[in-house]
Design a protein around this ligand. Sequence first.
Ligand code: PMM
Length: 278
Amino acid sequence: MGVVNVTPDSFSDGGRWLDAPDAIQHGVDLVAQGADLVDIGGESTRPGATRIDGDEELRRVIPVIRGLVAEGITVSVDTMRASTARQAIDAGALLVNDVSGGRSDPDMMAIAARAGTPIVLMHWREHSAAMQNHTHYDDLVEDITRELTVQVDAAVGAGVDPGQIILDPGLGFSKTGEQNWTVLAHLETFVGLGHRLLVAASRKRFLGELLAGTSPDGEEQLRPPDRREDATAAITTIAAAAGAWCVRVHEPSASADAVRVVARLERELTPQVWKEAE
Ligand code: PMM
């Protein structure tokens, strides 16, 4: 999944794809790099971000969705608003990526159920302005699992087909850098919940912290977002090996290759299964 943030303020690519023609061209380029689908978002969810209104979100994302669908590209919409999800689906989006996992807008699950689209339910506790005040867990993996299960139950209760639910542990959302690493060490547990798993580590701050260097005057300097690509591809390898269905990334080429490496290796490890499939 390639990312196009049609926002002025995303930490990773904010301001670069605000004009619809540029955003559409970038989506086309992401597919040329190996993305199977493109995620279009109009609202930044970086830590501390404040919300924009629904009309502005629609103004940003709908022309881009229409443009990419016209190119034959599979599009997902990254939104917490049911009304945006509905209009994005009407414009041709085939997947809803709700970082709040249906917790922000009570109508979201019903929209996904009615449309029959797959929906990403990310582990989420609070909007971006306050999410980093909610990083206490008694047991990180158990608590995320339990909270995700509540979100799944709500979706199924609203009529979403369980087969259409994709889970995401929500790296960086109400999680410290250290907690992100613990999540990554337990991806198999989340895969074991029985739904497809999406992992979105691309360019996130915890990678900048891991790769930090020192400035000439001795200050620690985070590795900037656009130089976190090799680490992102390394995490793609780990996620694919753990059985994740999808990674959400800003530069798909290295991640697409990493996925092919893991798929080839898995074929080597389970030759009988592949032989039977052929
Ligand atoms: N992270 C961001 C935006 N959308 N969607 C999912 N499913 N999971 C994520 O972790 C996620 C997301 C924030 O990153 P960005 O600003 O680079 O898009």
